[in-house]
Design a protein around this ligand. Structure first.
Ligand code: PMP
Length: 399
């Protein structure tokens, strides 16, 4: 017998599997709303002007491709931490927070998960119901038992706050709670500031460890606004790990650029924890790649490029909002009976549309429109050319 003889075929990734199906579809007018990517109104992944400028600068500087330190580029880490916590935040100036460069938001979650497993081998990890599908897999791979806390309320299309607080209270003390800091994926439903306060109070009471995932900073209400929950937790003195993704906000998906920030209770603690996190990195991939980090660092550290980035983010944000507005008003004009106003208050790239799995199947089979079976659609994949077709198709499966 051979080593691999009895190996089973792993199931396809649900979202990447949908992409494969979409690519093989030969119908014209097909639309892929299953993705987690921002497209511009021409249906292209944009190259941001600020990114292009930083790329040109980098090439012209003709720098060598040496190794970065284990923790990555210092100028990136500092700027990423300031973007998250605020330049003058006490956690920043006191040295009790540190940041390491990571391979996207996924890489930051993975480093954090592996480190926590070493520190708290028996802790439970709680993720939202529902959550980004990789959260469970990632923490299970790191060796944790993963459970869910109540989050989405399908009746109101909003947050089930009471259920959420009850779940957090029912967890063993000192559990690890994974939270979407803004622009919840897949629902688009975020807590209000007052609800965040109640969530944070409960987490504090229970001595839980917060792992805040922020993959869409700038896609909700703005760079500073979207960091409000993170800053609230940090100001309350909670121990936090924060995974940042720059994939969407810089449209740098393939460069795999993100960061892990850890907020401890003293500079001395931070120093010791950093030394342990570096060991996790060293034994995984040694040190991060240079290019994406250099590009993001230049944009974050240049006043001019930062302003350009902020403006380009605002454009992406307002285009998504425009698509939300049009989707709702066009569905109403098409005479659908259901009220879709909740789509207007959802934040970020996604909408939990309320479409059922069988309606999603019909959209795909009858109209060539691809969405996730949960009903999640990527609003950032709608544009002025495809929206009317999408609206007609949704109206027809709702009849
Ligand atoms: N967390 C969430 C909630 C996400 O939606 C994503 C991306 N889809 C990530 C993390 C991972 O981002 P990255 O591509 O930078 O690894």
């Amino acid at each position: 017998s051979t080593l691999f003889e009895a190996v089973e075929l792993a199931p396809r990734d649900p979202i990447l599997g949908l992409n494969e199906q979409y690519n093989a579809d030969e119908r014209t007018g097909k639309v892929n709303l299953g993705v987690g990517v921002y497209y511009d109104d021409q249906g292209r992944v944009p190259l941001l002007k600020c990114v292009h400028q930083a790329e040109v600068d980098r090439v012209q500087a003709a720098g060598a491709h040496s190794y970065l330190p284990i923790e990555g580029l210092a100028s990136l880490n500092k700027a990423a931490r300031e973007l998250l916590l605020g330049k003058d935040s006490e956690a920043n100036t006191s040295g009790r927070a540190f940041t390491v460069q990571a391979l996207g938001g996924t890489g930051a979650l993975k480093i954090g998960a592996d480190y926590l497993k070493q520190l708290l081998p028996n802790a439970k990890v709680a993720i939202s119901a529902p959550s980004w599908e990789n959260h469970r897999a990632l923490f299970e791979r790191a060796g944790f038992d993963v459970v869910e806390y109540a989050y989405y309320d399908p009746q109101s299309h909003g947050l089930n706050l009471d259920g959420m607080l009850a779940s957090l209270k029912a967890l063993p003390d000192s559990s690890i709670v994974v939270l979407h800091a803004c622009c919840h994926n897949p629902t688009g439903v975020d807590p209000t500031p007052a609800q965040w306060q109640q969530i944070a109070d409960t987490i504090k009471e229970k001595n839980h460890i917060s792992f805040l995932d922020i993959a869409y900073q700038g896609f909700g209400d703005g760079l500073v606004e979207d960091a409000a929950a993170v800053r609230m937790f940090v100001q309350m003195g909670l121990t936090c790990l924060i995974s940042t993704s720059f994939s969407k906000s810089f449209s740098l998906y393939g460069e795999r650029i993100g960061a892990l920030t850890v907020v401890t209770s003293s500079a001395d603690e931070a120093k010791r924890v950093l030394s342990q996190v570096k060991r996790v990195i060293r034994t995984n991939y040694s040190n991060p790649p240079t290019f994406g980090g250099a590009v993001v660092a230049e944009v974050l550290n240049s006043e001019k490029l930062f302003a350009l980035w902020d403006a380009e983010l605002a454009q992406m944000r307002s285009r998504i909002k425009e698509m939300r507005d049009q989707l709702v008003s066009k569905l109403q004009a098409a005479g659908v009976a259901q009220n879709f106003d909740f789509v207007l208050t959802q934040k970020g790239m996604f909408s939990y549309s309320g479409l059922t799995a069988s309606q999603v199947d019909r959209l795909r089979e009858e109209h060539g429109i691809y969405a996730v079976s949960s009903g999640r659609i990527c609003v950032a994949a709608l544009n002025s050319q495809n929206i009317d077709g999408v609206v007609d198709a949704i109206a027809s499966v709702l009849k």
